[in-house]
Design a protein around this ligand. Structure first.
Ligand code: NAP
Length: 312
C-alpha cells in the first residue's frame, strides 16, 4: 500500500483563497491587517524566512513592516521597539524572528509583545488560552498540522494520537490541540521508553523531534496518518544514500545539489502509513499560511469589533 500524500501547498492555496475573502470584508470596514516583522542581525536563514513572510503579506494584500536592528542591540532597546509596535494601531501582528542574539533576553522580549498581537502564539497568555480551550492565537506550525488533518478529513475524535517532541512551539501546543479535538494523546520525548511500541499504537503520529528519518516504517501501524514536522537538511552522502535507498530520483537530486531535506519519519514510511505529509511540501508551507491567518484573525479580534460598533 502507498500512503496518500497530504499536500501542504494545496491547503495553503485553499486557506489563502479564504483569507482573501476575509481581507476584503475587513477592507469594507477600512481595516487593512498589518504584520510587523523584527529581524535582528544578519543570519541568512532568518533573512530568508522573514523575506518569505513579507512576500506572503504582499501576495494577500496585507500591510507589512520590516524592522532590522543590528545584532548588537540590547534587550532594553528591543523592548523599546516592541513597545512602539504594541501601541501602533495599524500593527495587528508582531513577529520577532528567532533566534535572537545571545545578549538579548529572548523570554523577556517575547513576553513584552501585546498578547492581542501575538501572531506566533508564543506569549504565555496565548498558551494559557490554548490550555483552557479559549479562542486565541495558536502557534503557527501546530495550527497548520491541525488544518492538514481536518481538511483531509482524517478522523481525530477518539483516535490514539502520539506526538513525538514536547517543545513549546510545536510538541506541546500540538498535543493540546489534538486533545481539544478529542483524541487520546501521548506525548513522547527523549526519555520515553520503548518508542517504537508507543508509535505502533497510534492512529495519528506527529513527529517533531529534529532527527532525520528517525521514525522507521515498521514502527507505524499500517494505515495510520503521519504528520512529519521535522525539517532536516542532509549533506552527508552516506546518510542520504541510506535514507533514500528506495527513492532514486531524490537521490539523483541530492547528488546534483549536495543536500536534501528529510523529515523525522523515514521516507520508506510511504509504504506503511495510510496518509503522510511529504518533506518538503507538507507542514512547511503551513507555518507561513497560519501566520497570515493569525494576522487576519488578530485584526478581526482587536479592530473589527470596534469598527463595526462605530459604524452603527
Ligand atoms: P526542539 O525544540 O529541538 O524539540 C525537539 C523535541 O524532540 C524535544 O522535546 C526532544 O525531547 C524530542 N526528541 C529529540 N530526540 C528524541 C528522540 N530520540 N526520541 C524522542 N524524542 C526526542 O525542536 P522543535 O523546535 O520542536 O522542532 C522539531 C522539528 O520540527 C525540527 O526538525 C524543526 O526544524 C522542525 N520544525 C519545522 C517547522 C516547519 O515549519 N515545518 C516549524 C518548526 C519546527 P526532550 O524534550 O526530552 O529534549
Amino acid at each position: 500500500m502507498t500512503a496518500r500524500v497530504l499536500d501542504g501547498l494545496k491547503i495553503r492555496d485553499q486557506i489563502f483563497a479564504e483569507l482573501k475573502g476575509e481581507i476584503a470584508r475587513l477592507a469594507a470596514l477600512n481595516i487593512k491587517p498589518g504584520l510587523a516583522a523584527v529581524l535582528v542581525g544578519n543570519d541568512p536563514a532568518s533573512q530568508l524566512y522573514v523575506k518569505s513572510k513579507i512576500a506572503a503579506c504582499e501576495l494577500l494584500g496585507l500591510a507589512s513592516w520590516l524592522h532590522t536592528p543590528p545584532a548588537s542591540i540590547s534587550t532594553d532597546e528591543l523592548l523599546g521597539l516592541v513597545e512602539k509596535l504594541n501601541s501602533d494601531n495599524n500593527v495587528d501582528g508582531i513577529l520577532i524572528q528567532l533566534p535572537l542574539p545571545k545578549q538579548v533576553d529572548t523570554k523577556k522580549v517575547l513576553e513584552a509583545v501585546d498578547p492581542a498581537k501575538d501572531v506566533d502564539g508564543f506569549h504565555p497568555v496565548s498558551l494559557g488560552k490554548l490550555v483552557s480551550g479559549r479562542e486565541g492565537l495558536v502557534a503557527c506550525t501546530p495550527a497548520g498540522c491541525m488544518e492538514i488533518l481536518r481538511r483531509n478529513e482524517i478522523p481525530i475524535e477518539g483516535a490514539n494520537a502520539v506526538v513525538l517532541g514536547r517543545s513549546d512551539i510545536v510538541g506541546k501546543p500540538m498535543a493540546l490541540l489534538l486533545m481539544h479535538a478529542n483524541a487520546t494523546v501521548t506525548i513522547c520525548h527523549s526519555k520515553t521508553r520503548d518508542l517504537p511500541d508507543v508509535v505502533r499504537r497510534a492512529d495519528i503520529v506527529v513527529a517533531a523531534m529534529g532527527r532525520a528519518g528517525y521514525v522507521k516504517a515498521d514502527w507505524l501501524k499500517p494505515g495510520s496518518s503521519v504528520i512529519d514536522v521535522g525539517t532536516n537538511k542532509i549533506t552527508n552522502a552516506a546518510e542520504a544514500e541510506s535514507l533514500l535507498k528506495h527513492f532514486p530520483q531524490r537521490l539523483a537530486k541530492f547528488r546534483e545539489k549536495g543536500s536534501v531535506l528529510v523529515g523525522d519519519v523515514h521516507p520508506d514510511a510511504i509504504n506503511t502509513a495510510g496518509a503522510l505529509t511529504p518533506v518538503p511540501g507538507g507542514v512547511g508551507p503551513m507555518t507561513i499560511t497560519m501566520l497570515m491567518s493569525n494576522t487576519v484573525k488578530a485584526a478581526r479580534l482587536r479592530r473589527a469589533k470596534h469598527a463595526a460598533k462605530a459604524a452603527l
